[in-house]
Every structure is written in C-alpha cells, then in structure tokens.
Design a protein around this ligand. Sequence first.
Ligand code: SAH
Length: 213
Amino acid sequence: MEDTYLHKGLRKKLVEEIKQKGIKDQKVLDAIGKVPRHLFMDSSFTKFAYKDQAFPIGSGQTISQPYTVAFQTELLEVKKMDKILEIGTGSGYQAAVLIELGAKVYTIERQKKLMLKAKALLPKIGYNPHIFYGDGYSGLPSYSKFDKILITAAAPDIPEKLLEQLEIGGRMVVPIGSSYSQTMTLVVKTGESDYKKSEHGYFVFVPMLKGKV
Ligand code: SAH
C-alpha cells in the first residue's frame, strides 16, 4: 500500500492534464491530487493508474476516467458534511474523492466481488464510506434523504426512486442514454415533485443494471 514520490509526481501531472481539459474547481483538483488511484487498480495496471483513462477492475467493470470523475464531482458541487449517495461503488475511487471533499458517503454496488474488494481496501487507506451490496435503482430509503446523488453507471432515465430520496434543493448527477453514449445530466430538485434538468455533454459509462449479482 505504498504511495511513493513517483506516484505523487505522476498524480500532479494528471491534475494538470484534467485542468487543461476544463476542470476548474480547485477543491476537486486537490482531491484528485490526493487520492492514490494506483491503489484502486490491479497491480498489472498500476503503471497506467495516472493516465487519464478508464481501466478494467474485474467483473467486466471499469474505474472511471479521472477527467470523468472530476467532471461529475464538479457538477455535484460538494460541500463539507454533504450526505451523498453514490450508485456504482466499483473500485471505490470516486467515493474516496468525495470523502476528500468532506462528504459523508453512502455507496451501493450490485457486483458482490467488487463490493467486497472496496470494503476491504477503503478503510485500509483511510476512507470510510458506508458500503452496501444491492441494486442502486432502489437507493437507500432508510438512510434518505440525501443532499447529493451521484450515479456512476449509464441509466436509461432519471431513476424515480432516487429522485424521491433527494433533498429539495439537492443535486443529482446521472449519465442518461443508450449503452453507446450518454448525456451527462444534472437534476436539481426544486420541490417535492419538481426538478430542473440540464445537460452537460456526452460520456460513455458501463450500464446501470437491475438486480444484484
Ligand atoms: N464509481 C466507480 C466506477 C464505477 S463503474 C469507481 O470509482 O471505480 C460502474 C459501477 O456501477 C460498476 O461497478 C457496476 O457494477 C455498478 N452498477 C451498475 N448497475 C448498478 C446498480 N443497479 N446498482 C449498483 N451498482 C451498479
């Protein structure tokens, strides 16, 4: 579980790269600069850990591209002590970035293997989100409501049950579309059954699937 000067140097370069690509929020850039991404990847991939690319993490899933993580995080406008629900724990990297920003994180993963791996890794390197094995489409009604909801898999539409679990004034960031391409969508809840939606460019995520495996 080493974080060497080499890793730190590579991470600095990565932060510069995503800044060039348009990420402006200094707090988000600092968080990316702090989380040791190489520890979230299988050892055969660690030399790619600080490239701005998605990579396989097993079970047919990927750790998102750092730029994409930063982009979603920026749109979420995370504040200290925000209670955030993440759908798609995956490697746990995105959850760690949210924790660096001072959030309390609840995260759900439908792939048992990945959930267990993240649950073993995160506390070891100083991150303590609440990790759940389950279907993100149901959310966590007993822990709601949430200030922010972040979906890190491609949804066909705004998941209704998740919108219900968002505070009024809260923000949900969700890539919506087909399996080939999705529109990054920001949903701001303006009333019990009202929301405003805005679109923020195209991305490609693995699909948000029903049930758990
Ligand atoms: N946030 C992750 C990247 C996630 S990739 C990271 O930082 O590494 C998307 C993840 O969403 C995959 O692990 C996939 O298994 C999970 N997923 C897909 N559909 C889901 C659902 N309905 N509920 C919970 N997790 C889901």
